[in-house]
Ligand binder design. Structure first.
Ligand code: ADP
Ligand code: MG
Ligand code: MG
Length: 252
């Protein structure tokens, strides 16, 4: 069972401290949700965990199964089993979706043990069907000209094929209508297992109606200020964030 530990993580962008000591421990089989107002550093957390060069880690540690993640390059993190579905996935002209997926799968495998083309195509087609994706998306350039919803589905397709240990989903629900949201949630739920932990970042409780979290954390001003169970998400949906600010004496 994978264990992912974030201990006192601090990160800055352009010398401005955004993450002010994030504390979070998750294990395979668990789904953790992070909620919080806009601009509190949720996407910064996701990017810092994946090693985006724009974010400078200034303190704390991150380990996956005891291995120091912060010492790893971006590719190494992916190979170690970390996966991020980005809030705004990038377009990569010239690289087809299928090529990208196949190399991402093989990057997680030992040399000499690469997935065969036939097997890859079979798996990809199966997963695309589950996600109700048009088969032509396999041959389109990565995210180029994809609608918001198509990009999100494509991120989930990647997750399903790559089979990561720790999955971070950053606002996977944004831009999805209710039918697409259900399909994406079903894709995520199908991947839930003891072998995998999920960190689900969302602004809205709605997603959590379809992907039931075990733990809910509230992030404000670069810190996790409150943790609880699914009932915490429901309270936030009903009452907003002001009561937490009052409780903690946060002024913004
Ligand atoms: P959230 O995902 O919770 O909405 P973000 O992590 O996107 O929050 O942003 C946190 C803070 O960092 C905000 O004040 C935002 O303006 C700032 N920020 C995020 N990305 C950048 C960037 N690339 N350059 C400068 N400031 C940034
Ligand atoms: Mg935001
Ligand atoms: Mg964000």
């Amino acid at each position: 069972v994978p264990t992912f530990v974030i201990d006192g993580l601090k990160a800055s962008i352009e010398d401005k401290e955004i993450l002010k000591g994030i504390q979070l421990e998750m294990k395979g089989g668990e789904v953790h949700a992070i909620m919080g107002p806009n601009g509190t550093g949720k996407s910064t957390l996701a990017s810092a965990l994946m090693g985006h060069p724009k974010y400078e880690v200034t303190g704390g540690s991150v380990t996956l199964d005891g291995e120091d993640v912060l010492e790893m390059g971006v590719d190494e993190r992916a190979r170690a089993g970390l996966f991020l579905a980005m809030q705004y996935p990038s377009e990569i002209p010239g690289v087809t979706n299928a090529d990208f997926l196949r190399s991402a799968i093989n990057a997680r495998r030992e040399e000499g043990n690469e997935i065969s083309l036939i097997k890859f195509i079979r798996q990809m087609e199966k997963k695309m069907k589950e996600l109700d994706m048009n088969p032509e998306f396999a041959h389109r350039y990565l995210n180029e000209g994809f609608s918001g919803g198509e990009k999100k589905r494509n991120e989930i397709l990647q997750m399903m094929l790559i089979e990561p240990k720790i999955v971070i989903l950053d606002e996977i629900d944004s831009g999805l209508d209710i039918d697409a949201l259900k399909i994406v949630a079903a894709g995520v739920n199908a991947m839930r297992s003891e072998e995998r932990g999920f960190l689900i970042i969302t602004h809205y409780q709605r997603l959590l109606d379809y992907i039931k979290p075990d733990y809910v954390h509230v992030m404000m001003q670069g810190r996790i200020v409150k943790s609880g169970g699914p009932e915490l998400a429901e309270k936030l949906e009903a009452e907003g964030y002001d009561w937490i600010k009052e409780e903690l004496g946060i002024v913004d």
